[in-house]
Design a protein. Structure first.
Length: 298
């Protein structure tokens, strides 16, 4: 009785048909790069004897999360760029919301775990193999998945109980909590605060942990040789680049009350498509070990 909406109409990324065709071509290429690039990294790491350190173990899972995260939204976005009426069922909308937050939050935790791994490797190199062993790596990855599931479950439960009385047009290209809150025929202030606390605090707190980790790394590098400093900075720069590209847009979108801005669509494109596409390039072009392993593989 509280919900008579069975489907939602998405406004999509643009209403201009010419621009939509350009976006279709671009995003189709970008999505292909995401799949091929990340699959290549996973295969390379899992078949190479040289890439057996925890850093590459985490990197292979990051590539898997990137594929999954972009697949939740990108195929639907690409398809909708060519159709006149962009619809998604209520169940499909909730499923997309759950999967998007699940993989997105898992990636946030995974990037934080990778920063911890870099911190231990550089600050305590003699104890590194004992502190970050295979058992610990497995638990850290499992914790990332569990954290993503709990976060996503909360977001989904908040969204699924919203009453919709007829309005079903979402001014976005995918289902997310903020656009759904705008359609609900009830006061959503409290739910909006909970959403901001759930999503925003996770993003911001993990970002603070990352900043602290790299501050500790920079301080510890003073005792290293010039060659050691350069190698450590070279490794960390790749990860810092990915962190900034992913966390910046996430904090912009979710660390605020339940309001929407015109820039939200393009910002969302950045962390849903651009960052997963750039990750393989950042980690391969700046990493000699990965490049050498790929040469041997092919």
């Amino acid at each position: 009785n509280r919900n008579n909406v069975t489907e939602f109409i998405l406004h999509g990324l643009t209403q201009d048909k010419t621009v939509a065709k350009v976006y279709f071509s671009l995003f189709l290429v970008f999505y292909a790069i995401i799949i091929l690039g990340n699959v290549l990294i996973i295969i390379t790491i899992n078949t190479s004897e040289q890439l057996n350190s925890p850093m590459y173990f985490f990197l292979s899972y990051l590539s898997f999360v990137d594929i999954s995260y972009s697949t939740v939204t990108a195929p639907k976005l690409i398809y909708d760029l060519l159709v006149e009426k962009k619809t998604i069922s209520f169940v499909g909308c909730i499923a997309q919301l759950f999967a998007g937050h699940f993989f997105g939050c898992a990636e946030i935790f995974l990037l934080t775990v990778m920063a911890y791994d870099h911190c231990i490797a550089i600050c305590k190199p003699l104890h590194y193999t004992n502190i970050v062993n295979k058992h610990v790596c497995g638990w850290l990855v499992a914790a990332s998945w569990v954290g993503g599931f709990v976060h996503s479950l909360v977001q989904t439960l908040l969204a699924i109980q919203l009453p919709f009385c007829g309005a079903n047009e979402i001014d976005h290209f995918f289902c997310d909590v903020h656009p759904l809150l705008k359609l609900a025929c009830t006061d959503t202030y409290i739910i909006g605060v909970i959403v901001a606390a759930n999503s925003g605090v996770i993003s911001l707190s993990c970002f603070v942990v990352l900043v602290v980790s790299y501050a500790v790394i920079l301080v510890s590098l003073r005792t290293h040789s010039s060659e050691g400093r350069l190698k450590a900075l070279y490794t960390c720069t790749s990860h810092i680049t990915v962190v900034v590209l992913f966390f910046g847009p996430c904090i912009f979108i979710y660390m605020r009350p339940s309001t929407t801005f015109s820039a939200d669509k393009m910002v969302s494109v950045f962390y849903i498509i651009m960052t997963p596409m750039l990750n393989p390039l950042i980690y391969t072009l700046r990493n000699e070990e990965v490049k050498n392993a790929m040469k041997k593989l092919w």
